[in-house]
Design a protein around this ligand. Sequence first.
Ligand code: IMP
Length: 295
Amino acid sequence: MLASRNAHKARELERLLPGWTIEALVADGWPEETGDTYESNARIKAEFGRVVLGPGATVIGEDSGLEVDALGGRPGIYSARYAPEGAPAIAKLLGELDGIDDRGARYVSELVCITPRGEFRGTGTLTGRIAREPRGHEGFGYDPVFVPDGEAESVAELGDAWKERHSHRARAARALLAALALTLLVAGCGGSDKTGTRVLQRFFAAGPVARKLGTRFPHKPGTLPCTVNDGGKTVQATCATEVSLVKPDKAVVTLTEAWNHGAKAHTWFFFIRRDGSVQSVVQEGSPSPVTTTTK
Ligand code: IMP
């Protein structure tokens, strides 16, 4: 359950968390967002969801906002309250930036997922600049005036499919998935070292790609020092392997190659099918390093 009144976010998150069904919480008496960080506001929403639904529920709270450099990071956590969402908020923002050449900005998304087994978090950012006029029709909020770094079009022009891969929320969702895969699924669901090792042996023998990965990553849950080529430079990194054992025949293997140079990280999620074949989803160059764990 997503504790949010923003239907766009529930739809976006459902696309971002494969295999999850995300419903937007319908309730009265929503609490005020009195926190002074995205995280505390996200937690206020998630905790409200747990009060409404009971302690057995898994509830995600999300808080996000737009931080504009020339405005000292405003509207930030107050983005939803800056002005009515859509055209009025955009008009106010463009008015404040009138005549200002520094157009740098970033979107931030913080996800707090409260489950019966504990709390998990994911953070994501998307950097870019504020355009001089709105363009495009997809997305919501400030998307018509937000142009991501490396792009010429606004997020509203780039569209929902682009957002699914690159948005601040997409990045936060992947970080949340990584946190869940690394912690909740491994530690909390009764997997044993033996089963994990068996699954990983099968995984690393599954085909040429997996065999190649097997020369780099530990063959049991844990970490290994390694080196990566970062734009022509060889840098020290950590290669980590984890495996979720909720359904051992459909285990998610998480391979994380993380290095601190430039705070970049690659995360590979691998999915083992019943027949032993492997499907992977790759997240490349996320802006903040993904946590690695040792066992
Ligand atoms: P929240 O629902 O309290 O987290 O408010 C977030 C606000 O930040 C929204 O109302 C939008 O104004 C802005 N925002 C957050 N994410 C996005 C996005 O993906 N596109 C455009 N605006 C966004």
